[in-house]
Design a protein around this ligand. Structure first.
Ligand SMILES: Nc1ncnc2c1ncn2[C@@H]1O[C@H](COP(=O)(O)OP(=O)(O)O)[C@@H](O)[C@H]1O
Ligand SMILES: [Mg+2]
Length: 279
């Protein structure tokens, strides 16, 4: 609702992971380098972890955009289903034509596809998000898929993305064979202090903001102190702050607005802005 007031094309701080707003932070770029290295050199299984809101899903989507045409990809965003359904999703996402529904046929169809792609000089990567939610059976199924290889190379690159609990899950003794196959690992850390400023500026600019709309240095310090650099928290706070600025009819977002927004986010008892109830 503040979009018109600020002359914005879009909401700058949506909490969806829109690649158009991607900010190449040091950690995200490093994560990309690890991932592309792992995929291109056919390392088998790669594990990417990060706390909630650090940008893991954003990274997955960007990876799809950035990988060359020589890599066929499947992205499973919410693997909240059985091991057979997981196979079905992979088959579907890779565009494999397989009418059969049983496990053996699905695995066979994937294997044939992988061999065919390999003879064409193509690589195949399956990216699975929210892997901390996978159960042992699903992870075991993934291990079986990772067995598909020729004498020379791995035919399928598997990227497991999840919250840090994923690492605990992978420690389960029954998954020893899977864990041993993990060759590349990366843990995404939040943005550092100087990046928070650039991150906010980048998102504002992408949304079409003019230079008049500014967050003061103090405001940014406070945003950093509260969010510890986690993009999701920054977005939630900045979105509210723009609403606060709009209510005050100002283009300058100062520390006071940020402090009030933090109070609101922390709990209704502390809230002192009343405008939010009218939106
Ligand atoms: N590098 C980035 N550039 C732009 N926005 C980002 C970046 N990383 C995270 N975000 C934003 O932060 C929010 C949370 O990111 P998300 O990828 O959903 O985190 P996670 O999957 O780790 O919980 C999203 O709104 C997303 O757009
Ligand atoms: Mg996510």
């Amino acid at each position: 609702m503040y979009k018109k007031f600020y002359g914005l094309k879009e909401n700058p701080f949506n909490i969806t992971s829109d690649p158009a707003f991607f900010f190449p932070s040091m950690r995200h770029e490093e994560a990309f380098n690890h991932l592309t290295y792992g995929i291109n050199s056919r390392k088998g299984i790669i594990v990417v972890t990060g706390e909630i809101g650090t940008g893991k899903t954003t990274l997955c989507r960007m990876l799809l955009n950035r990988l060359s045409d020589q890599v066929k990809t499947a992205l499973i965003l919410n693997p909240n289903f059985s091991d057979i359904q997981l196979l079905q999703m992979i088959v579907h996402d890779l565009g494999i034509d397989c009418q059969k529904k049983n496990k053996l046929d699905l695995v066979r169809a994937i294997a044939l596809f992988l061999v065919d792609q390999s003879t064409r000089g193509r690589n195949v990567a399956v990216i699975i998000d929210e892997c901390q939610n996978l159960n042992i059976r699903q992870l075991e199924q993934i291990r079986l898929l990772s067995n598909l290889e020729t004498e020379k190379e791995k035919l399928l690159q598997i990227i497991l993305v999840g919250q840090p609990e994923l690492n605990d899950k992978l420690q389960n003794p029954t998954l020893g064979q899977l864990t041993q196959r993990v060759t590349v690992r990366y843990h995404i850390l939040p943005l550092d202090k100087s990046e928070v400023k650039h991150y906010i500026a980048h998102r504002l600019k992408t949304a079409g903001a003019s230079r008049r709309l500014q967050f003061t240095t103090q405001a940014i310090e406070t945003i950093y102190a509260y969010s510890h650099g986690t993009p999701r928290v920054i977005n939630i706070l900045c979105d509210r702050a723009l609403l606060g600025g709009f209510v005050r009819e100002t283009f300058v977002i100062g520390e006071e607005i940020i402090q009030k927004c933090i109070k609101e986010i922390r709990g209704p008892k502390e809230a002192s802005f009343t405008y939010e109830y009218h939106t």
